[in-house]
Unconditional design. Structure first.
Length: 354
């Protein structure tokens, strides 16, 4: 971090620029052209790096742009990868579109990643998964990857850096859709990828420059601002999510949340996560009941995505991409008083109680 001078703004500058003053050899200028680098991206990358214990970070135009750069930079043409069968659907689709020979394994079988790792360039882990909320043992998978000579990539979108320290658990590369809780205000589409080995980060940076999937400067600035409150936001939304999950479970609804002792991988989640995250699911058993429930909400918005300051939910099966039960509600708990969220949920649930 450069030393502050009297009169400097405390907030980092937002620098919209396609070209920078770069006389002589452009390599001597810290910034030369807008696709290669930007001071606002650098400020965001430095802030994220600090949350990872110093892993060099590269910001991208979206979570998927970060995922694409990781695949392009780290899997050779025709190479092999391992991914969870319930990984975010676009990630699975991208592996297929890039011609990566992908072995899909079960997130709920702790040995499945280890068994499949041999011969793979990378092993992709998403934990907890979206929307299944399965929890994968990152440390055990990291050990298996080291033995097999595969790189371990963790998609940390749901837990975020505040909820789960994927590098301490053994990840080589961490990817986040910062569109979610990392930015946290439902106002920016942006992605981040960080690598333990600076040489890998250099390859990711080169993939960004070549592919051109650069973040917007405003989005980078918004994400940077969001990062400053990530730990506070995630702590609060996770506490509320746990209280709401418990209450809905006590009311007799079929709730899934890694923080609940009834979650099949709760002990693992408690070991590897600092916060259980803002996302929970409950199953209303049919499309009709789920739609009636959603139509009786007032302040809670029916919206996709998750990790924002406001509580949102949706009937997840309205997107054809996820093979989930037709009545499954995925909910992202925001920062409102949890009693108010619960009261609104209970009022709408009364409409579908049989
Ligand atoms: N990874 C996960 C787990 C996601 O949930 C998402 C988006 O929902 C992505 C990656 C892609 O991120 P983006 O929508 O920012 O491209």
């Amino acid at each position: 971090m450069t030393k502050r001078r009297p009169g400097d703004a405390l907030a980092p500058p937002l620098v919209p620029a396609s070209a920078f003053f770069a006389p002589g050899d452009p390599a001597d200028a810290p910034f030369a052209y807008g696709r290669l680098g930007n001071p606002t991206w650098s400020a965001l990358e430095a802030e994220y790096e600090a949350t990872t214990g110093g892993a060099p970070t590269v910001a991208f135009a979206s979570g998927m742009a970060a995922v694409a750069a990781v695949v392009d930079a780290l899997v050779a043409r025709g190479g092999r990868a391992v991914a969870p069968s319930d990984a975010y659907y676009a990630v699975r689709a991208l592996f297929e579109a890039r011609g990566v020979e992908t072995r899909l394994v079960s997130s709920t079988d702790p040995e499945s990643f280890a068994r499949a790792a041999s011969g793979a360039a990378l092993v992709w882990v998403e934990t907890p998964t979206n929307p299944g909320l399965d929890v994968v043992d990152v440390a055990a998978t990291a050990k298996a990857c080291r033995e097999a000579g595969a790189l371990l990539v963790v998609d940390n979108t749901l837990a975020t850096a505040a909820g789960q320290d994927a590098f301490v658990l053994g990840a080589d590369v961490v990817v986040v859709s910062a569109t979610k809780a990392t930015s946290g205000h439902s106002d920016a589409v942006i992605g981040l990828a960080a690598a333990r080995d600076p040489a890998l980060a250099t390859r990711l940076r080169a993939a960004r420059t070549l592919g051109g999937a650069i973040p917007g400067v405003l989005e980078a600035w918004l994400c940077l601002r969001g990062l400053k409150t990530l730990d506070l936001r995630l702590g609060r939304s996770s506490e509320s999510a746990l209280a709401i999950a418990r209450a809905l479970g006590d009311d007799g609804w079929l709730v899934r949340y890694p923080g609940l002792p009834e979650h099949p991988q709760h002990a693992l989640a408690a070991r590897q996560m600092k916060h259980f995250g803002p996302v929970l699911t409950f199953d209303l058993a049919s499309q009709a009941r789920a739609e009636t429930f959603c139509s009786h909400l007032e302040r809670i918005a029916e919206a996709t995505s998750f990790g924002g300051v406001e509580t949102t939910l949706e009937r997840r099966a309205r997107w054809a991409s996820d093979a989930v039960s037709p009545g499954l509600i995925r909910m992202s708990v925001g920062l409102e008083p949890p009693e108010a969220i619960l009261a609104e949920l209970r009022a709408a649930l009364r409409e579908v109680q049989t």
